[in-house]
Design a protein around this ligand. Structure first.
Ligand SMILES: NC(=O)c1ccc[n+]([C@@H]2O[C@H](COP(=O)([O-])OP(=O)(O)OC[C@H]3O[C@@H](n4cnc5c(N)ncnc54)[C@H](O)[C@@H]3O)[C@@H](O)[C@H]2O)c1
Length: 396
């Protein structure tokens, strides 16, 4: 048998996303018939995070504490960026300068300027790039995209999108997510980035105009983190007694118009008590409607308004049928649901397909595509600041 072609991956960052990506690179070839085999070559972490222990636990062959050296290593074929947002541009640009394809976590960057430079660098170097809008990889969301594309809900009139969490009360210290210099924004770049991407993916339309945006920071000061560099929400946060200023939003809401004429509302929040990871949308069209809530990630709600009036009503589709529902054929027998980590494994498969010159299962954003939601985020912050309508086209 011919030896499979391989891709040597270097991953930069070993926090929450470092763990989901490591798991994905570990699992993908076990479940999918991959056109290229990922080799977990090197992972980078800050010295205080004990990179060798992380590497040994997750199956990386080498551990590094020098990301600049790692991304330039001639042995590396793909750089996977899983750092806080302010590091996306420096790591991605260094990798691109060394001619490497880059897979970067979302949002593409903390600032529009960084994002623009990443897009320009990738275009100039003609390298393949990917941005980790992982919710596109949930079978139910990919099914929603296919139903809309097939015209099953007709012309879209309303888009309602929410990404609500409730983890950020006063007890949570001043992690990088609350610092504008490191994160760019708060719930906006963290959560609204996902729902802007997800709704443009499902509708196939772009946000063109924004108004009525509100950006609010309820908790203005938080305890400064003590000691640890591994200060991610998934790795434990330790507070000291000293307080520091929060420089990002806790919530951003805005109204919008889509290119096909639909009107939309978006809401991202970290203190929406009772909602732990309610990432979802409801989209109403002339022939039907669809609804998704990540807290019930295996299900898509579908309303067929063309059905006989006597039987019209919401149908709960379990998006777990091989063949009918994207990605499911790689997994368990029908109706044995998937979880959070599967989206990342599905995403790793799509990246390997595109690197091998094959089509993705459903589209994956590259840097140029992921620049679009970044412009929407920027336009809504401008709308909040100026209290007026902002055209996305005016935000370059
Ligand atoms: N796709 C998703 O649903 C999703 C979910 C969570 C986070 N994210 C994104 O993933 C990225 C990382 O988030 P996370 O939750 O994994 O964060 P985290 O805090 O858990 O981990 C960040 C990692 O980056 C490293 N790091 C921090 N500062 C650094 C610096 N100055 N230089 C080099 N490395 C540094 C940390 O040591 C750690 O290894 C962010 O861009 C975030 O928006 C995406």
């Amino acid at each position: 048998m011919a030896r499979p072609k391989t891709v040597n991956v270097a991953m930069i960052g070993q926090g929450f996303m470092g763990r989901t990506h490591s798991n994905a690179w570990n699992q993908v070839a076990k479940f999918f018939d991959v056109p290229l085999h990922p080799v977990m070559h090197t992972c980078f972490g800050q010295p205080g995070e004990n990179p060798p222990a992380f590497a040994a636990n997750w199956g990386w062959a080498r551990a590094s504490t020098n990301w600049r050296k790692t991304v330039k290593d001639p042995a590396i074929d793909l750089v996977d960026v899983a750092t806080p947002n302010f590091m996306h541009a420096p790591v991605a640009k260094a990798a691109i300068a060394a001619g490497k394809p880059v897979f970067c976590e979302k949002p593409i960057a903390g600032t529009l300027k960084d994002a623009r430079e990443m897009v320009a660098a990738a275009k100039k170097a003609k390298v393949k790039t990917f941005v980790g809008f992982n919710y596109r990889r949930c079978p139910a969301v990919a099914l929603a995209h296919k139903l809309v594309k097939a015209g099953r809900i007709g012309k879209i009139r309303h888009v309602r999108a929410l990404y609500l969490q409730d983890w950020a009360d006063e007890s949570v210290p001043l992690a990088w997510r609350f610092d504008k210099k490191l994160a760019g924004s708060g719930a906006h770049g963290d959560l609204n980035a996902h729902i802007v991407d997800m709704t443009r993916f499902v509708t196939g339309e772009e946000v063109t105009e924004i108004c009525g945006a509100i950006a609010e920071t309820f908790i203005k000061q938080r305890s400064i983190m003590s000691g640890t560099v591994a200060g991610g929400i998934a790795t434990g946060l330790k507070a000291s007694r000293k307080k520091g200023k929060v420089t990002v939003d806790d919530t951003v809401l805005f109204l919008a118009r889509f290119s096909g004429g639909a009107v939309a509302s978006f809401e991202g929040a970290r203190q929406a008590t009772g909602n732990q990871n309610r990432n979802g949308f409801e989209i109403n069209g002339t022939k039907g409607a669809i609804k998704f809530d990540f807290e019930r990630m295996n299900e898509l709600e579908y309303y067929d308004a063309t059905a006989d009036r006597a039987v019209q009503g919401w149908t709960t589709i379990m998006a777990t049928h091989a063949g009918d529902h994207p990605y499911v054929d790689a997994w368990w027998p029908d109706a044995h649901g998937l979880g959070y980590e599967h989206g990342f494994i599905n995403q790793a498969y799509v990246i390997l397909r595109v690197l091998a010159g094959k089509k993705p299962i459903v589209p994956i954003p590259d840097f140029a595509d992921a620049y679009m939601p970044q412009r929407v985020l920027e336009a809504s912050l401008l709308s909040a600041k100026k209290k007026k309508w902002i055209k996305v086209a005016s935000v370059k």
